[in-house]
Design a protein around this ligand. Structure first.
Ligand code: ATP
Ligand code: MG
Length: 319
């Protein structure tokens, strides 16, 4: 920023979250170790990492629930470490904690109004119920809802004060695939309304699908950041050409001079592609009996990014 331009006043910055060299120690355990990142207005940011990486610790510092032991963090331009700023932050953010629970005996609508009453301004409960697609369950007691529907109540509650940024800590963990998709739908709706979302997740597909920007955190440190495409291009490795159901026989039919091919799963042949090789390989396959097989090009995913950066897969760690 140039010297002539004054810094924006707290509450008016387009930098919704600014974190610099942030650390948190619990005794000797360094949970968050000198991380830096920025979240801009209107972005969906995914903080992606395995169990114990430091995601919740970071989010809870941003929510003013924990004090950092080093570095700086600002939310909406307000300093999380300043007591006088904390009240402003709490008023203006929305929170879905990792272990969200509402009040069992209250209905969906009653719960939203109950949590809304803690704020000076509250959005209309019925509008929120519509946003999270719970119209049919409006008068159902919270305790009778499935896990996925409970999470959607949590999303509605996190939005009740019309926050400038909403923090969702692992909003889909433990949900079945259908319920996860439904939660993704709500996040997409928030994005289309221009909301700023800070999401933590250990699901690679979730980050890839929902996020504009992803920061990968591992052992308290950010090991890579960027758009999903940037991360995949930089760290994902090569694309793979898959020839479906070709089996051992297919391996023998491959033309000479191809890059190394291997057999996978139920007899699929996988060939690692260098840039610019695809067309010539397809043309040479066309001359072989393999030309009538189903052929697909698989792009690396964030799973491959994590594997290449750490040597591990998240799924190996009990997530
Ligand atoms: N209150 C606490 N006291 C001591 N250690 C803690 C505390 N909370 C977290 N930790 C430790 O800090 C590290 C980071 O934990 P954190 O909960 O932030 O990770 P996470 O990425 O949210 O993990 P998960 O995916 O399991 O939710 C872990 O080693 C954890 O055991
Ligand atoms: Mg956590």
């Amino acid at each position: 920023m140039s010297k002539d331009q004054p810094a924006p006043l707290p509450g008016q910055s387009d930098k919704i979250v600014q974190v610099e060299n942030l650390s948190k120690k619990y005794g000797d355990n360094i949970a968050v170790n000198g991380i830096s990142f920025t979240l801009n207005k209107g972005e969906v940011f995914a903080f992606l990492g395995p169990n114990g990486a430091g995601k919740t610790t970071t989010v809870e510092i941003l929510e003013c629930l924990r004090n950092p032991t080093g570095g700086q963090a600002k939310v909406l331009g307000y300093d999380v470490s300043k007591r006088s700023d904390q009240a402003e932050i709490r008023k203006r953010i929305g929170v879905l904690p990792q272990d969200f629970n509402a009040i069992d005996r209250l209905t969906v609508r009653e719960n939203i109004n109950y949590f809304g009453a803690m704020f000076k301004h509250q959005l209309d409960a019925d509008k929120l119920i519509e946003l999270v697609d719970l119209k049919d369950k409006r008068d159902e007691q919270f305790k009778k809802l499935s896990g996925g529907l409970k999470q959607r109540v949590g999303l509605a509650v996190s939005l009740v004060n019309d926050p400038d940024v909403v923090f969702l800590d692992e909003p889909t963990t433990g949900l079945d695939p259908r319920a996860r998709r439904d939660v993704w739908g709500v996040v997409e709706r928030l994005r289309s309304q221009g909301k700023t979302v800070f999401l933590t997740t250990h699901y690679m597909d979730e980050a890839e699908y929902l996020a504009d920007i992803v920061s990968i955190i591992d052992h308290g440190q950010i090991i890579a950041s960027g758009t999903p495409d940037q991360l995949i291009d930089t760290h994902g490795g090569k694309k793979t050409l898959i020839i479906r159901d070709a089996g051992q026989e297919g391996l023998k039919q491959l033309p000479q001079g191809l890059p190394k091919a291997e057999l996978r799963n139920a007899g699929d042949i996988a060939i690692s592609l260098n840039n610019g090789e695809l067309t010539s390989i397809l043309m040479s396959l066309g001359q072989t009996p393999l030309h009538d097989k189903e052929i697909e090009v698989r792009r690396p995913t964030l799973d491959d990014v994590f594997l290449n950066l750490t040597g591990r897969r998240v799924s190996e760690e009990g997530n």
